[in-house]
Design a binder for this molecule. Structure first.
Ligand code: SAH
Length: 453
């Protein structure tokens, strides 16, 4: 029999939130009867879930959009859905004119427009339109798309949509809208439904995840939420990101220290180490505040790991100011540093009011200096783990080796013919590098001793 099932393909770029949104959309499409294809050229519905945090990400999205245009010319019935931060939350009239071959435009985290477009059910369309942006399609229950079902070990759960902080360089608040926390019941339902489908690890997402609940009346905060989720059967590990230094409080640190499932790894971006640059970025803290925070985290959650984000070449950043960032990273010795070169973004304060005056070559040179510093730091930190036995949650096999993570989020590769997927197993660390480690399975556990009656 000929397979007449219509197919969808989702191209996803950018942050973890987009990964979560794409999976949610895939789940909704499968409810409508569409099946997954990993080939854009075979799709009847083609979704581009986009990122514009830096110009390079925007170029990537526009490049892919350009590359699929011939598909639409060949097959006018193909439905093209542009989603995410390239679309934003402010209406789509201009984009519709610029991109006439796109059929549907969807704001970030909103499967509504596509589902409404595809659905022939007028009531359903009216309902999704009426409830758009009120989480109508995000209400918790999620059926993992078929191609990932039974294989997905670790999944993201958005808990705060949007952002109201307005760092001067950042486009996200403009594209994702104001901060909205998701009702706690929806998050619990989603975590339960993921766990029932075999997911072992959940990572809670928000641009400033520590602000969870601050916009809800008498709402639970992030620490409360961690305590609630810790009781869900089947969930073995809980993580969250991204934290903001001004909102990451002791309550959250203590919840992590106290809860067995909350993992001791934090993502707390500094962005710059110089106070004037931090002020120009409108981050709301000083480098001294940040140093105190890191010391406090390490005191409350010993043996934790911490990642940071840094932007080099922000407008006006002098060599001396950059050296403050370098020194801060050298002093604090973070486990991971995500580095980026400043990229002016439309509508942001830094683009409108400041000059992008650090030459690209200088940005690149600063980037490389931090990168090589971080390589040394991470090598040293990880080398201390050599010979240790650590529990690792295994996710998938990559080039013949099982890939997993320690509780502190470090990547570990192990050779084994067994099916390790979804298991937390102690392994013996045999090699460490700056970005990953290798380990061996412990020798077969001794069989249980059974005494004769
Ligand atoms: N809400 C999170 C994540 C934001 S986006 C936070 O506040 O940290 C992820 C990272 O991209 C940021 O931490 C920042 O380091 C970087 N970034 C954001 N805007 C940028 C820009 N205009 N140019 C270069 N990097 C940028």
């Amino acid at each position: 029999m000929e397979n007449t099932e219509k197919k969808y393909h989702i191209w996803t770029s950018g942050c973890q939130m987009n990964v979560a949104d794409s999976r949610r959309l895939g789940s909704s499409l499968e409810k409508l009867g569409y099946g997954f294809t990993d080939q854009a050229k075979n799709a009847d519905v083609l979704v581009l879930n986009t990122c514009v945090v830096r110009q390079s990400a925007e170029n990537k999205a526009l490049g892919f959009l350009h590359s699929i245009r011939p598909l639409k010319e060949k097959n006018p019935d193909l439905v093209i859905n542009l989603m995410g931060c390239l679309v934003g939350v402010r209406g789509t009239e201009k984009l519709q004119k610029q991109l006439p071959f796109v059929d549907v435009f969807s704001p970030p985290s909103d499967p509504g427009p596509l589902i409404a477009y595809l659905s022939q059910d007028a009531d359903y369309v009216a309902e999704t339109n009426a409830t758009r942006n009120r989480f109508a399609l995000m209400d918790g229950e999620i059926r993992i798309p078929e191609h990932e079902r039974g294989k997905l070990v670790s999944a993201f759960i958005p808990i705060v949509y949007g952002c109201s902080h307005a760092c001067t360089y950042c486009i996200i608040p403009y594209q994702r809208g104001i901060e909205r926390s998701r009702p706690v019941e929806d998050i619990i339902t989603e975590a339960r439904s993921l766990a029932e489908q075999g997911v072992k690890e959940i990572t809670l997402l928000g641009q400033i995840v520590d602000r969870y609940g601050k916009d809800l009346e008498n709402g639970e905060n992030l620490a409360d939420l961690l305590r609630i989720l810790n009781d869900i059967e089947g969930v073995e590990r809980i993580r969250f990101l991204t934290s903001h230094p001004s909102y990451f409080d002791v309550d959250i640190m203590r919840a992590v220290a106290e809860l067995d499932k909350a993992m001791p790894h934090f993502e707390v971006p500094i962005q710059a180490g110089d106070n004037e640059v931090l002020e120009n970025m409108k981050r709301g803290y000083t480098q001294e505040d940040y140093r105190d925070l890191i010391a406090k985290i390490r005191e409350e959650v010993p043996n934790c790991s911490i990642a940071t984000d840094i932007i080099v070449g922000f407008p006006g950043e002098t060599e001396e100011q950059f050296e403050q960032t370098y020194q801060l990273l050298a002093d604090l010795k973070m486990d991971v540093a995500h580095l980026a070169r400043y990229s002016p973004r439309n509508r942001t304060v830094s683009k409108r009011q400041m000059k992008d005056d650090v030459p690209d070559a200088v940005k690149r040179e600063r980037f490389h200096r931090l990168e090589s510093l971080q390589k040394t730091i991470a090598s040293e930190i990880n080398a201390r783990l050599l010979g240790e036995t650590l529990p690792v949650l295994f996710e998938n096999k990559v080039k013949g080796r099982w890939r997993g993570r320690t509780s502190t989020n470090k990547l570990v590769f192990v050779e084994s013919d067994d099916d390790l997927r979804g298991q937390v197993l102690p392994v013996h660390i045999t090699w460490t590098g700056p970005w990953s480690m290798q380990a061996q399975m412990l020798t077969q556990a001794p069989s249980p001793i059974i005494l004769d009656a």
